[in-house]
Design a protein around this ligand. Structure first.
Ligand code: FNR
Length: 364
């Protein structure tokens, strides 16, 4: 493979070459048969374009706003756990790349750098993702620490009442590394007699009783806007709006939780229609190309989240790798907009794409 990757997928190969197998498998893997993991990428391949011609595209602008914040592109860094396994600088390097590219970073609850370390490392616009632990006091403290450290929103991930069955992690006896945020609050030393130490840690900490009333609890302990991550149906989208969230992330957790869950991009429109513009809708899973970002926006997303591409960039080349991955996606999006006749993000409409379902219906 070429030394300098020319697309995001080639960063995955570089990451595979530099990472210990246990860590690469942890980042790359999905749950059980990995159907959803593959479907996340393949679902994008089933959407094609209806490009418009003879529109002045000599100037293209990718800039947009997310929850009122001006950003350079409709791309955010998804929360992904444990960046120090990818690179010694961990989440601090990721945050610096987000700042350099002027995109939003969502810091994972399972980060290896603390919320304060990441906050003081740069001026990136940061959101903070949380899981709700059985020890509610710990989650409440984390929310307050994030609020104090200038994070702009809380992203409540709701698709992990239990950790998905990731068989590579079970085989590799994946470690549960120390999470500095919880030092002195909680032991991250998990005991496992069946395989993945990570799974054992998750089992001992996550609150599987989490329910809709807890969104109200979360709202009562923070002034920050709350996004809910892990919605895949119109029924839950409506409930989320009723619960007062400020945004919805359509996501199957990168195919790592419920296998055979649909690809986010396949159910995005269902959610967008249910929400009726009341709150912004975001989507993640399998975004690897600028064309994917365009397709998501055409189907009604305000922005996409990218998970693994960030981690692969970080593993391969640290902060510079994350910057490069982001720039590649931005460059590809810019080209897609030019070739589709869309000079600005607002010009991207539903009429610019056609899904396989629509093609099937029109040929019947
Ligand atoms: C994740 N994801 C995730 N989500 C979350 O809310 N909190 C977390 O700590 C993590 N950790 C995590 C680790 C790794 C290694 C991966 C790959 C994913 C899910 C993540 O936010 C996002 O939903 C998916 O990664 C999106 O899919 P792609 O872009 O990886 O295909």
């Amino acid at each position: 493979m070429a030394e300098d990757p020319v697309n995001v997928n080639e960063y995955q190969e570089l990451a595979r070459q530099v990472l210990p197998k246990m860590y690469y498998d942890f980042y790359a893997g999905g749950a059980e048969d990995q159907y959803t993991l593959k479907e996340n990428v393949e679902a994008f391949h089933k959407i094609t374009f209806r490009p418009r011609i003879l529109i002045d595209v000599s100037k293209i602008s990718l800039s947009t706003t997310i929850l009122g914040y001006n950003v350079s592109a409709p791309i955010m860094f998804a929360p992904t756990a444990m960046h120090k396994l990818a690179h010694p600088e961990g989440e601090v390097a990721t945050a610096r790349a987000a700042a350099a590219c002027n995109v939003i970073m969502i810091l994972s609850y399972s980060s290896m750098c603390t919320v304060e370390e990441v906050a003081s490392s740069c001026h990136a616009i940061r959101f903070f993702q949380i899981y709700v632990y059985k020890r509610r006091d710990i989650t409440a403290q984390m929310v307050q620490r994030a609020e104090r450290s200038g994070y702009k929103a809380i992203v409540l991930t709701v698709d992990v009442p239990k950790l998905g069955r990731r068989e590579a992690d079970i085989k590799n006896k994946m470690i549960a590394p120390p999470l500095k945020n919880f030092e002195g609050l909680l032991s991250t030393q998990a005991v496992s007699d069946k395989g993945s130490y990570l799974e054992a840690y998750a089992d001992s900490t996550l609150d599987a009783s989490l329910s809709w009333k807890d969104v109200r609890w979360l709202r009562s302990i923070t002034k920050l806007p709350i996004l809910i991550k892990g919605v895949l149906t119109h029924e839950d989208a409506i409930k989320a709006v009723e619960a007062g969230v400020a945004g919805i992330v359509v996501s199957n957790h990168g195919g790592r939780q419920l296998d055979y869950a649909p690809a986010g991009i396949s159910v995005l429109e269902e959610v967008v229609h249910a929400v009726k513009g009341k709150v912004p809708v975001f989507v993640d899973g399998g975004v690897r190309r600028g064309t994917d970002v365009f397709k998501a926006l055409a189907l009604g997303a305000q922005a996409v989240l990218i998970g693994r591409p960030v981690v692969y960039g970080l593993a391969a080349k640290g902060e510079a790798g994350v910057r490069r991955v982001t720039e590649m996606l931005k460059d590809e999006l810019e080209l897609t907009m030019a070739l589709s006749g869309c000079p600005t993000i607002k010009d991207i409409t539903r009429g610019h794409v056609i899904t396989d379902r629509e093609r099937l219906h029109s040929s019947l």
